[in-house]
Design a protein around this ligand. Structure first.
Ligand SMILES: [Zn+2]
Length: 292
């Protein structure tokens, strides 16, 4: 008798737990479904490459035009317009115009010979680099650039103010492929886990509804480096991983997972820019620790 009674109580408790769990799951799905779907806003830093053979920037352009997910993806290239082994070479410089002609957006990274930290440049050199960079990109595209990304993700109120005086808004990133520095072996073992970890962090802001929605989607900014030949060979793989990690985190992706229109891409990027050095922002990995 007692056993039968306990068994009934146990069943009732199990039922209550099941109902509670399904209610929680349903509430979670409902709150996610009211949020705008995401769209990946792809950016490339440090190019164009000056390689004469197997140019990685050219490979990236080809992969964006034809890949297994979405044809004719448009991206933002944060260029080094006069880099010693890139934008400043005979092979590299014409790629600026080619990027624009293929529908992408040109943006400023450096116009110095090296990957100079804007904060540590003497003020007159920094000013000259802004003038030269804007002039180079305007010459290549026929229109002035509107976006800048600081080398080494390093900026302060002074450099930010200088960007603004030159008509440039600063775009940071949500996800980084961490492919900017090549440590001897040009290979990435952590493509999936790295992007999953970073999208998990970004998801908190998306869930909180604090990320801007532009044309019905939430742009998620992703950073690669087109001078990295491993990245250039694996663009298709990376694009697939982005969709995979979004699925794993139950983040609905827009019907078009990536941008395919330069104007729409620009407006989405401008909505994600940081205009105040004191506002809350996040830098990828090591840089967040170093500069904060
Ligand atoms: Zn860079």
């Amino acid at each position: 008798m007692l056993n039968s009674f306990l068994s009934q109580i146990t069943k009732l408790l199990c039922l209550a737990v099941l109902i509670f769990n399904s209610c929680v799951a349903e509430a979670q799905i409902n709150s996610e479904s009211t949020l705008a779907p995401i769209r990946f806003l792809i950016t490339f830093d440090d190019g164009p490459s000056g390689a004469i053979r197997n140019n990685p920037t050219e490979k990236v352009l080809a992969a964006l035009a034809h890949n297994s997910i979405q044809s004719d993806i448009k991206v933002i290239f944060f260029n080094q317009t006069r880099a010693a082994r890139g934008g400043g070479t005979k092979a590299g410089h014409p790629l600026l115009k080619r990027e624009y002609d293929e529908g992408h957006l040109l943006a400023f990274h450096t116009s110095t010979v090296h990957h100079a930290n804007h904060r540590f440049l003497p003020p007159d050199e920094f000013e000259l680099s802004l003038q030269n960079g804007v002039a180079d990109l305007t010459e290549a595209a026929g229109v002035a650039p509107q976006l800048v990304r600081p080398p080494f993700w390093n900026f302060d109120a002074r450099t930010l103010d200088a960007y603004h005086r030159h008509g440039l808004q600063m775009l940071l990133t949500d996800l980084s492929a961490n492919d900017g520095v090549i440590w001897g072996v040009n290979w990435s073992w952590h493509k999936h886990s790295n992007l999953l970890k970073q999208l998990t962090a970004t998801r908190q802001d998306w869930m909180a509804g604090v990320m801007p929605v532009v044309n019905g989607v939430t742009p998620i900014v992703v950073t690669f480096h087109d001078v990295n030949s491993y990245t250039a060979r694996n663009v298709d793989v990376y694009l697939n991983i982005l969709l995979q990690v979004a699925r794993e985190l139950h983040m609905p992706v827009s019907e078009k997972p990536f941008y395919d229109d330069r104007e729409e891409l620009k407006n989405a990027a401008l909505a994600r820019t940081i205009s105040d050095a004191n506002s809350k922002f996040h830098l990828p990995g090591f840089w967040d620790w170093l500069w904060k």
